[in-house]
Design a protein around this ligand. Structure first.
Ligand code: ADP
Ligand code: MG
Length: 458
């Protein structure tokens, strides 16, 4: 697989910037880029002979170290003056066809063998493995009711709640149950992101009619995490039509989201009122008893042996969500296996303390890509000198997040975004920071971008 040179260099620069003075950084790293890589040698393009000499004598080790820490295969660096990147792979297409995506996943060994590609359901998510406590019993009951009266009981069913509280599990359980009881039912599970990707792909390929055809034929359509539809009006509109034609044929539709429809900013009014016209249930955070019950169920399900005292300790301290409960349990079980004995309560306390700050390292490239995807624009546009409204806002948000979350310096951000002055960056940063306080829609959008980046809100 070809390396993403641009991203590799951006990531390395973030590392390098932390370790050299501002003035040096701007002087010596301006207009540099990785243009090729072959057999562990990275070819770095530099603007002139002085920079080449300087980097080679003063910074070579340092640059190599930064790149090596990201791409361990890289062993040395060649400096070339003003080289162009070779376009040997042709133009990269941002939108990957769904088939290609599936094939890629397969090659990389990411795909879960058990997932039926036709319906996208993972058989491990069932009602049987779903623990019901007081926090989620309403959502559970509504979900079960839907499986008994498809398209009539609650349509659409809208389940909302924070990350890791069991929305996807429930949605998939509904799909699996209906599938096992109605062999002919046409069922499809997707996420709003996949739906959007699918839509954009068919638009580019002039295959919108077959896209519509595909979605309108389902008896049960499940769309997970629809908060990511926020602001994507064109896609929402398409979705609304599909929704209506399914609804009129009594097709069942199920949504999940991190908040109720009325708080989903950027959701078109008619789509919102459709959602509110069905059944809405939320899954709040589980209380202590439910947390303990879930842990006990997981232990039993997997035939682990863990002292009750330890389970109680986890239930007491890990309060945020079920995914974190599972994560804590798994790391304890992992340690038990490695050590060949069960950890003591004190050891468990230490371990959980260590795990409690999961700081995920995010790169500049990831921030930019996520924002571009989120606003449906090209990454390139973000760097252009344009005042187009569709670009200005995402660009300001990018600058804001790079500063706020990644602690990137203003001049460096300015340099990356088309050699802008650092005062422009400061202005953008302040503007977003102030606007968030007044503008709920913007606040939501940024929250969603962070959710995409970190897998949780910050
Ligand atoms: P969400 O979609 O709300 O972010 P998930 O459905 O992905 O959350 O749940 C996170 C993890 O917790 C999954 O592994 C899921 O199987 C597990 N989980 C969630 N709720 C329950 C439950 N009530 N009983 C058992 N496992 C659960
Ligand atoms: Mg989910």
């Amino acid at each position: 697989m070809k390396l993403d040179y641009k991203k590799l260099w951006e990531d390395a620069l973030v590392e390098i910037e932390l370790n050299v003075s501002r003035a040096n950084f701007i002087t010596w790293f301006k207009n540099t880029s990785i243009v090729n890589e072959k057999n562990g040698v990275v070819y770095l393009s530099v603007p002139n002979i002085f920079v080449k000499e300087w980097l080679l004598t003063k910074y070579n080790k340092f640059i190599l170290k930064a790149i090596h820490s990201i791409e361990p295969n890289i062993r040395s660096i060649e400096y070339v003056i003003n080289a162009q990147e070779k376009e040997d792979d042709g133009k990269k297409n941002k939108i990957i066809s769904p088939e290609k995506e599936a094939a890629n996943n397969e090659q990389l060994g990411f795909s879960d063998f058990n997932i039926d590609k036709e319906v996208n359901l993972n058989p491990k998510y069932t009602f049987d493995s779903f623990v019901v406590g007081s926090f989620n019993e309403v959502a559970y009951a509504a979900s079960l009711a839907v499986t008994k009266n498809i398209g009539t009981a609650y349509n659409p069913l809208f389940i909302y709640g924070g990350v890791g509280l069991g929305k996807t599990h429930l949605l998939q359980a509904i799909g699996n149950k209906i599938k096992s009881e109605n062999k002919n039912a046409k069922i499809f599970y997707t996420t709003s992101e996949k739906f959007a990707n699918d839509f954009v792909f068919s638009m580019r390929n002039n295959s919108i009619p077959s896209f519509k055809e595909k979605y309108r034929k389902y008896d049960l359509l499940i769309v997970d995490d629809i908060q990511f539809f926020s602001g994507k009006l064109k896609i929402q509109e398409e979705f609304f039509h599909i929704f209506n034609s399914l609804y009129e044929r009594n097709g069942q539709i199920i949504f999940s989201s991190d908040k109720p429809p009325k708080h989903l900013s950027g959701l078109e009014e008619r789509l919102r009122s459709r959602c509110e016209g069905g059944m809405m249930v939320d899954i709040p955070k589980p209380e202590y008893e439910s947390r303990l019950a879930i842990l006990e169920a997981k232990v039993q399900e997997n035939n682990f042996s863990i002292d009750r005292e330890i389970l109680e300790y986890i239930a007491l301290t890990v309060q945020e969500n079920i995914r974190e409960l599972e994560g804590s349990l798994n790391s304890i079980i992992g340690q038990n296996k490695i050590k060949g004995r069960n950890l003591s309560l004190n050891e468990v306390k230490e371990l959980l303390k260590k795990n409690s700050k999961p700081v995920k390292r995010i790169t500049m490239g990831q921030v930019i890509k996520t924002i571009a995807d989120f606003y449906n624009i090209n990454e390139k546009n973000l760097f252009e000198k344009t005042r187009r409204k569709e670009v200005v806002k995402p660009r300001q948000i990018a600058m804001y997040l790079l500063r706020q979350d990644l602690n990137t310096s203003y001049p460096y951000i300015g340099q990356k975004f088309g050699q802008r002055d650092h005062t422009t960056v400061i202005h953008a940063y302040k503007k977003i920071k102030d606007s968030i306080k007044k503008d709920d829609k913007l606040k939501d959008e940024i929250e969603n971008i962070r959710l995409l980046l970190y897998g949780k809100s910050v």
